[in-house]
Ligand binder design. Structure first.
Ligand code: NAD
Length: 291
C-alpha cells in the first residue's frame, strides 16, 4: 500500500503528530526542520529518517509535504533558495501549511513548467485532531495529482474535501479561520461583558453551548484554554493573525464587501502587539479582559 516515499518539512506543533500518523500507516518519512530539537523528537520512531537538510529530505521522496509557517517561508525555499530546481519531474509538492492562495496558484503554475505536481491540502482541527488523525483537509489541485496522494492524506485526516483547482484549498482554509477567529473574538467580548455584569463566565458558556451562540470556541476552547487560563492550545496567535491577513486580502482581491474582516484582522493585530511573543491564540481572552 505504501510505496510512496514521503519527505516532510516543518516538524512543529502540527508536523510532528502528522508524521507519527504517517508512520503508523506504514509510510517511510524523511523529515527536516530548522530546529534540531524537534528533529530529534522523532528520530527514535521506526520508519523515520532525520535529514540533514531540506535538499536531502526532498531528494529521497515521491511526495514532499510542507507544514511550514507561511507562504513567505515556502516561496523563499522553493524559488530564492532554489529547491524547486532540485526537484525531479513527477514529484509532488503537497503544501499542507496554511498558505496564501494566490502564492499557491503561482507555485502550481511555476512547478508545472518543471513537470512537478502541486497540491494544496491545508488542515483544520488543531493539535488535538492532528494527534488522533482526524483532521479536516481541504484540497486544491488537479484530480490527476490529488488522487495518488489521497492515501497519504487519509493517514492524517478524516474529512477530505477536494474543493477546486490549485490554491482553492488554501482559500477555503483562510476563510474558515476568518469565520473561526470572528467567533472566538465575539465569545471573548461576550464573556468579559457578562462577567463585569456579575455573571459567572462558566455559566455563560454553559448557556451558549445549549443555545444558538454555540461555536467551536465555546465547545472546545473556553473551558480548556481560556477560563482555565492555560492558553496552551498549540496554535500561535501570530499564525492566526497571519491567516486573517490572508483571508482579508483574499476577500479584498475578490472584490467582496469585507468590513467585518478588516475589523477582525485589526483586533487580532492589536492582540499580537499587546501580548507576549509566542502567545497562544486563545490568549485573545486575556487580551480582551485586559483592555
Ligand atoms: P510551528 O511553528 O509549531 O511549526 C513550524 C515549523 O517549521 C517549526 O518547527 C520551524 O522550525 C519549521 N521551519 C520554519 N522554516 C523552516 C524551513 N525553512 N525549513 C525547515 N523547517 C522550517 O507551527 P504549526 O503550529 O505546526 O503550524 C504549521 C502550519 O500549519 C502553519 O501554516 C499554521 O498556520 C498551520 N496550522 C496550524 C494549526 C495549529 O493548531 N497549530 C492548525 C492548522 C493549521
Amino acid at each position: 500500500m505504501t510505496a510512496l516515499r514521503i519527505g516532510f518539512l516543518g516538524l512543529g506543533q502540527m508536523g510532528q503528530p502528522m508524521v507519527r500518523n504517517l508512520l503508523r500507516a506504514g509510510f517511510n518519512v524523511t523529515g527536516f526542520d530548522l530546529n534540531p530539537a524537534v528533529l530529534s523528537n522523532l528520530s527514535q520512531e521506526a520508519g523515520f529518517q532525520a535529514a540533514s537538510s531540506v535538499q536531502v529530505a526532498a531528494a529521497s521522496c515521491d511526495v514532499l509535504i510542507l507544514m511550514l509557517p507561511d507562504s513567505k517561508v515556502i516561496d523563499a525555499l522553493l524559488w530564492d533558495q532554489g529547491l524547486a530546481g532540485q526537484l525531479r519531474a513527477g514529484q509532488t509538492v503537497l503544501d499542507m501549511s496554511s498558505s496564501d492562495p494566490v502564492s499557491s496558484r503561482n507555485n502550481a503554475t511555476r512547478l508545472a513548467a518543471l513537470n512537478i505536481h502541486f497540491v494544496d491540502a491545508p488542515v483544520s482541527g488543531g493539535v488535538k485532531r492532528a494527534v488522533d488523525g482526524s483532521l479536516s483537509i481541504m484540497i486544491g489541485g488537479e484530480a490527476a495529482h490529488v488522487e495518488p496522494v489521497r492515501p497519504v492524506l487519509q493517514a492524517m485526516g478524516k474529512t477530505l474535501v477536494h474543493v477546486g483547482a490549485a490554491g482553492a484549498g488554501h482559500a477555503v482554509k483562510a476563510l474558515n479561520n476568518y469565520v473561526s477567529a470572528s467567533g472566538l473574538v465575539a465569545v471573548c467580548e461576550a464573556l468579559v461583558a457578562a462577567e463585569k455584569f456579575g455573571i459567572d463566565p462558566h455559566l455563560v458558556n454553559q448557556v451558549f453551548n445549549a443555545s444558538t451562540g454555540k461555536n467551536n470556541t465555546t465547545e472546545h476552547k473556553v473551558e480548556n484554554f481560556m477560563l482555565s487560563e492555560k492558553y496552551n492550545s498549540g496554535f500561535a496567535l501570530a499564525l492566526m493573525r497571519k491567516d486573517l491577513q490572508t483571508a482579508q486580502s483574499f476577500i479584498e482581491r475578490m472584490q467582496t464587501p469585507g468590513d467585518f474582516a478588516q475589523t477582525c484582522l485589526r483586533t487580532w493585530a492589536q492582540a499580537e502587539q499587546g501580548l507576549a511573543p509566542g502567545a497562544d491564540h486563545t490568549a485573545m481572552y486575556k487580551h480582551v479582559r485586559g483592555r
